[in-house]
Each structure stands twice: as structure tokens, then as C-alpha cells.
Design a protein around this ligand. Sequence first.
Ligand SMILES: Cc1ncc(COP(=O)(O)O)c(C=O)c1O
Length: 388
Amino acid sequence: MSRELRFETRAIHAGQEPDEATGATIVPVYQTVTFTQDGVGQHRGFEYSRSGNPTRAALEACLASLEGGRFGFAYASGMAAISGVMQLLSAGDHVVVADDLYGGSYRLFTQVMPRFGVRFSFVDATRPEEIDKAFETETRMLWIESPTNPLLRLVDIAACGEIARRRGAQLVVDNTFATPFLQNPLALGATVTLHSTTKYIGGHSDVIGGAVVVDDEELEKRLQFTRNATGGVPGPWDAWLTLRGAKTLALRMREHERNAASVAEFLVGRPEIAKVHYPGLPDHPGHELARRQMRGFGGMLAIELRGGAVAAKKLCESTRLFALGESLGGVESLIGYPWSMSHAAFPAEEKRRKGVSEAVVRISVGIEHADDLRADLAQALEQAARAG
Ligand SMILES: Cc1ncc(COP(=O)(O)O)c(C=O)c1O
């Protein structure tokens, strides 16, 4: 599928030609383990579904197109995708990591990968000079998220790409929060972009998945080999659900953003709230950078309650439309308490140092009507104020 087609068109057509065997317009769910061969060593492109499956291949081609890379890899979860990228490393290698990151990635980098001899240095990536200083001769990878989870800080992807290139390292960007609709890291200098497709790409909170996209043939070969060797693939139904979600990503992201902007504006004026973190607000420290490297500001925001932990927890427990739960990026609004939920894996002093205090609440703004979302938050904030 040609890259000249616009995003919305590629989301619906890339990798999704009518089925060769039947003409089915929608990519079928190829619920099969194996593919009957015409003769020994003579197959039609697929042999065994761990190595390749047509439904998964359609999803991979679509995601590659949306991210502007040639090669897409679907994984069983976002963490499987992250592990897949980690498998590019060997004992003795070193990774520089932006310290504002998803708790699950932090857990993998601090509690699992070191057992295999891979070392990690955590830095404040909003300051590129800190990144440069953390590089060692064995540094093979620079790992960042932007916007970050949960405080929506912005990291300059092009500046990181420049450092990684100069140092001969891969720049990996976890693009889950931004989505390919709002940001394409490969075009900004990254060599690997990855997603928890569980979030915005799947979009309906009904399927766990992950994806990696690269444009480099050498990386493609290594990822193909290691994923086949280690086996973290999604089943065809999950690939199909994720592909169905991806078709409406553009529509949903526009609504997520419109609602998030409306909710952020409402929250800024509330007396119960000390701070609203949303890159679309002009006083957000990353606002100008977001304008440069993104095509919008997304649907995530974080707030700090004046009433501290008590008020923050009460807010999370008092909303009626915002479900209290892990995850983000679904059509339904979610509310979460990073301190003990998404960021539970970080030590308390580390969380405080990064500004993820007990007063922080994270909100994934869904695509319900903004009036209803604001009204729900208003009633919940009143309850939080009484508690805090
Ligand atoms: C930024 C980010 N990356 C990766 C993951 C892991 O994805 P999954 O839950 O699909 O394994 C998450 C999950 O919350 C996330 O928020």
C-alpha cells in the first residue's frame, strides 16, 4: 500500500486487500496452527502460525504503514513487544532509559533484564545533556516515552535521535500514549517504535496486544528471528480485534483529544486541584515541543489534588462514568491512582523524586459526551474535597 495515501485511508486499507482465496472484503480470522503444503518445502507463504499467520500479517502491514516503517511485528502484549526489543541485546550491553516511564517497563529493566547481564541507567530525558552524559562504550540503546506516563512530560525525540545516532545506539520510543495518529517516532529519528496496542490502537479495552515497527532491514531480520525463537505472538482473534480497532483510530483520537481539552480546561478552574498536566495547555512545560513533534495533544491527563492522598483516592472512588481501573486509551473514560496502580513497581522515594506523589490522579478521557464527563468529575471532586 502506497505511503501517499492519508492516515485514515491507510488504517482501513493497508495490508487489507480482499482475501485471495474467497474475495472476503474483511481480513478473515485465520484460526489455524498450520498450513497444508503443496509439496515438501512448497508452501504459500505461511507454514506455522508462530512464524506467520495471515490475520496477524494484515495487522502488521497496517501498523507498519501507520507508523511509516516497512516492517511491523505484532506481539501478545505491550510487555511482550518490549521484551522482544530487549532480546536484541546481549549480556554486557547497557541501555540509557528515560526515568519517566511505565512501571511495567521499569520492573522488566530493574528486576528481570539485569539477571541476563544487561545494565540500565535512568536519566531525566527532558534534559538532553543528561542523556549524553549517561552513555557508556557498551550503550546499545536509548529508551524513551513521550508523552510520559503519568505526568505527560515531553521528550525531544529528534534530539534523542541525534544523540543515539552519534553514539551508534538504537533509539526506541514507546509511542503508546501518542499513537501513530499523533506522532511518528521513526520520522523523528527513532529506529524502533513500539506500542501497547491494548491501549488506543485496539481502542475498546477488549484485547491485550503489542507491536513493534522498524524501517531497518537488519533490525527486521533480528526481530523476526528472535520473536519466532521466543514465541510471544498474538493469536489470530486478538490480531483481528486489534486490526478492527486500528481502522477507527483517527476518529477516536480526534474525539479523545476534543474531550481531553474540554476536561482539562474545566479542571484548571477547580479549587480542589493544585495542578493539571495536559500538553495542550499553553502553560504546560512541553507545550511548544508537543506542537513541534506531535499532531495533537492526545487524550491523557494527570491532576494533583490539593487535598493530597485522601482526596485523590476519594476522587478515584467517586466517579460514576470514569471507571477506576488499570489501562488507558479505550473508548470509555478511566481514572487511576498511579501511586499504587500503574507505578506501583517504583520505590516511593523514586516516585516522589519524579513528581508522582500520592496526590496525583491519572485520567484517560474517553469518547463519551464531554458534558457528562465534566459533570461526573464535578460531583466526584465535591466528594473528594469533603474527604480531603
Ligand atoms: C506506555 C506503556 N507501555 C507499555 C505498556 C504495557 O502494555 P501491556 O499492558 O499491553 O503489556 C503499558 C501498559 O499500561 C503502557 O502504558
